[in-house]
Design a protein around this ligand. Structure first.
Ligand SMILES: Nc1ncnc2c1ncn2[C@@H]1O[C@H](COP(=O)(O)OP(=O)(O)O)[C@@H](O)[C@H]1O
Ligand SMILES: [Mg+2]
Length: 287
């Protein structure tokens, strides 16, 4: 009898076999312990950077209570329905080379999202079962902060390839990031690495560097948790403006030094996914 690792990337089943994400090779959660560390900013720019590098990428805005992806990607339209194999499916919206789904596409901008945990779980499951994602190399989940219902629902519904933790270099943020990391380990989602956001600031007028939130926190966290440090992103006015204007930084400044950092982080992540999948396929023990 063959033992199959339940964490193995086995959701890439031929179409029709799995109700969830049949054509998706890898599912990656972008998480953090606390809000405002730049999860969504990193998720958006990383997804686009990986798509520019040739991968087929989708992005799920799983922050159902505070969806920010529609604004960050400048999407104002509602998704269309289409019939696939006799079933009604939602067509994800495509922009900047990635496929996207957000609760923000379906509700009014000014409506607060008020629902109970069970409803949020149902909605996030529908994003995985009722959206026609097609063939994807990576489906990236932009998670809400912390360790709540939505994170658990995703981890219990599909075999996640892994998670990445976004942190600032600051200690208080690291404490929360560690909690997120422990939660993923409990539900058997491997942690693929740590990204440090808001690493430092280089003043555009003087060129002086300021370590606003301290130095080395992301690398320290990765070391302590025996996971990879995937890279750091500095604080930059254009990164913030890219989020507010609906035209992400890596689209507006494709040849910049900081866009290169997103591309490198994407490559490091792809490498970790490869290593993880190779290791998982080896754990097929014949009993
Ligand atoms: N590297 C960065 N440089 C400048 N501003 C940033 C950076 N990362 C995030 N921000 C800004 O910080 C705010 C919070 O980021 P966001 O991605 O929404 O965080 P989260 O999803 O973790 O709550 C946003 O206004 C965003 O534009
Ligand atoms: Mg967010």
């Amino acid at each position: 009898m063959a033992y199959k690792n339940p964490n193995l990337n086995n959701n890439a089943a031929p179409s029709g076999q799995s109700e969830y994400l049949p054509g998706v090779k890898n599912t990656i959660a972008v998480a953090s312990g606390k809000g405002g560390v730049g999860k969504s900013t990193v998720a958006v720019n990383l997804a686009i950077a990986m798509a520019k590098d040739g991968a087929k990428v989708g992005l799920i805005d799983a922050d159902l209570y505070g969806p920010s992806i529609p604004m960050m990607l400048g999407i104002n339209e509602k998704p269309e329905m289409e019939v696939i194999d006799g079933k009604q499916k939602i067509k994800p919206i495509e922009n900047y080379g990635i496929k996207v789904m957000s609760i923000g596409f379906l509700i009014d901008d000014n409506d607060p999202v008020i629902w109970r945990g069970a409803m949020a779980s149902g909605a996030i499951k529908q994003f995985m079962s009722d959206v026609n994602w097609g063939e994807l190399d990576y489906l990236i989940f932009d998670l809400p902060p912390g360790t709540g219902d939505i994170q658990l629902t995703i981890a219990q519904t599909i075999p996640m390839t892994g998670s990445i933790i976004v942190t600032t270099p600051q200690d208080v943020s690291l404490i929360d990031a560690k909690k997120a990391l422990k939660m993923f380990r409990k539900v058997n989602v491997p942690v693929l690495g740590v990204i440090e956001n808001m690493s430092y600031f280089v003043a555009p007028d003087t060129g002086n560097r300021y370590d606003i939130f301290g130095v080395g926190g992301g690398e320290k966290l990765a070391g302590e948790l025996e996971t990879k440090f995937l890279g750091g992103i500095p604080i930059d006015i254009s990164i913030r403006e890219g989020g507010d204007s609906g035209k992400p930084f890596v689209i507006q400044n494709p040849d910049s030094e900081y866009a290169q950092k997103f591309i490198e982080i994407g490559k490091n992540l792809a490498e970790q996914v490869k290593i993880k999948n190779a290791a998982a396929s080896k754990i097929e023990i014949k009993l």
